[in-house]
Write a protein that binds this ligand. Structure first.
Ligand code: FAD
Length: 448
């Protein structure tokens, strides 16, 4: 049966709708929050200082909406993952974080300065005077201090120098900060204090965002691990240095994992239980097993060679939209380098329509899973191009051929790319230069 682009285009359009809908929902919620604040008499403005004070309160409302949006974006709720994909949701979470912090800073700064001005005190005296309002104001100030620490450690300059685990441990303080800040909104903000519509509006917002987070990040992984009984079944060290791990379990088709997706893997032995790391499925999921293939790049990935069969596993996901779910066209080009071969190898098993696989290697001996890719490409009728060349010699062949040289109709295909960042940048730039629309270029990044 001929493969046509129509179903893929329809699905891409549906994802676009979800994405736009989510964005519109954030604006709508912020607008309703402000409207409820105005309706409750928040804009009582007899003097210019009142206007400033009202602006400070509105900034607090915007900050709260943005923080709740951030929590929802990293909740791994299926509707968020489907619409944005894990990468984009995480990137939007980071971007919103900066705006939320500015709004929070404006809220704290303006309310403190305006209150100090009303009561003719210094800023310091006003900060201390807030404590008289109740414990929730002390908690809110402490929470804001924690937020400042988390934001400072999330700045690219700090983040790039820190190990992921250290950064992540500090980042978790954000949840403590949110818990410390929320009570002042309900107990002091006059919009909420008196109950009624505004109170319910905010209660439902918090319950929705925090509930999604708890449901999809804590409860679901635990329930799934109990239901599927995931355990390491086999650990195979490959000659190129990578290691494949087969994880077995019951009814794994019910996970709904697609080739190309990844999961967050936590191996429950004494050495590794505290860390969860993302690894892609390195072959299409089967009813009774999943497989990942890992290249040693730090403590965790290097240690997986010593995993013992029988070790219990918690796997969060499947995550990401680096899969045929993102397809827009009938044909595809799968491009991989290094350990980026893992999702590409899995995607190849689902290849339909015209498919070219381009694998960039330094030498065949160093290329993970290449023999499997050759076998699956032959089985699926995909054209395989193994492009050999030293590192840094362009993304493709030494002769400098472009994607369009290797795949003349690339413009009418989806291009899936996974590999080291500068190399993948060059492939993406080449695809765009060949005229492939940005929505048809899909990329998986193996970093944070
Ligand atoms: C979506 C995705 C899919 C991936 N798939 C594979 C795969 O199939 N095979 C494979 O070998 N590697 C894969 N990786 C990379 C792998 O997650 C990291 O190499 C691994 O987590 C490194 O941990 P470490 O302790 O060994 O090294 P570290 O020294 O702690 O980290 C090395 C680098 O890995 C990244 N990293 C570390 N921990 C995490 C984390 N929890 N989340 C995100 N990035 C992290 C950071 O960029 C860090 O600089 C994938 C990464 C992502 C984001």
């Amino acid at each position: 049966m001929a493969v046509t682009a129509a179903p893929y285009a329809r699905r891409a359009a549906r994802r676009g709708w979800w994405r736009d809908g989510l964005e519109a929902a954030v604006y709508l919620v912020a607008a309703v929050g402000i409207a409820l604040f105005v309706a409750s008499g928040g804009l009582l403005a007899n003097s210019p200082l009142d206007w400033v004070y009202a602006a400070g309160r509105a900034a607090g409302i915007v900050a709260a909406v943005l923080v709740l949006t951030q929590v929802t974006l990293v909740s791994r709720a299926p509707w968020v993952e489907r619409a944005l994909g894990h990468d984009r949701a995480a990137a939007t979470h980071t971007r919103l974080g900066k705006v939320a912090f500015i709004a929070m800073l404006a809220h704290v700064g303006i309310i403190t300065a305006a209150s100090a001005s009303y009561d003719e005190r210094s800023i310091f005296a006003q900060t201390a005077a807030f404590w008289d309002l109740g414990w929730f104001m002390v908690a809110a100030q402490a929470g804001f201090g924690l937020v400042t620490v988390v934001v400072a450690t999330s700045l690219a300059a700090v983040r790039s120098r820190w190990r992921y685990e250290r950064w992540h441990a500090i980042h978790l303080l954000m949840y403590v900060a949110i818990a410390a800040v929320v009570p002042h909104q309900f107990l002091e903000g006059s919009t909420f204090r008196d109950g009624g519509l505004a109170w319910w509006f905010w209660f439902l917002l918090y319950a929705g965002a925090i509930g999604s987070f708890v449901a999809y990040r804590i409860v679901r992984p635990l329930v799934r691990s109990a239901r599927h009984g995931l355990r390491v079944a086999q650990v195979t060290a490959h000659d190129d240095g990578s290691t494949s791990i087969v994880v077995e379990g019951a009814d794994l088709d019910r996970l709904g994992a697609r080739p190309g997706q990844f999961m967050l893997w936590r191996f429950l032995d004494r050495r590794r239980w505290a860390q969860a790391h993302p690894y892609s499925l390195s072959r299409a999921p089967r009813r009774d097993s999943l497989r990942l293939t890992v290249k040693p790049s730090g403590d965790h990935s290097a240690s997986l060679r010593d995993l013992r069969p029988g070790t219990r596993v918690i796997a969060e996901g499947p995550l990401g939209v680096f899969s045929n779910v993102a397809r827009t066209a009938a044909g595809s080009v799968l491009v991989a380098a290094g350990i980026g071969i893992t999702p590409i190898r899995a995607l190849l098993e689902e290849a339909d329509g015209p498919c070219d696989v381009i694998v960039r290697v330094r030498s065949r001996d160093e290329a993970p899973l290449l023999d499997e890719v050759e076998a699956v490409a032959a089985e699926r009728g995909a054209r395989l191009h193994v492009v050999t060349g030293p590192r840094g010699a362009g993304w493709g062949t030494a002769a400098g051929e472009s994607l369009a040289d290797l795949v003349p109709d690339v413009v009418a295909r989806d291009v899936f790319v996974c590999g080291p960042v500068p190399w993948a940048d060059a492939v993406v730039a080449d695809a765009r230069a060949a005229g492939v629309p940005s929505g048809a270029v899909h990329r998986e990044r193996f970093g944070w």
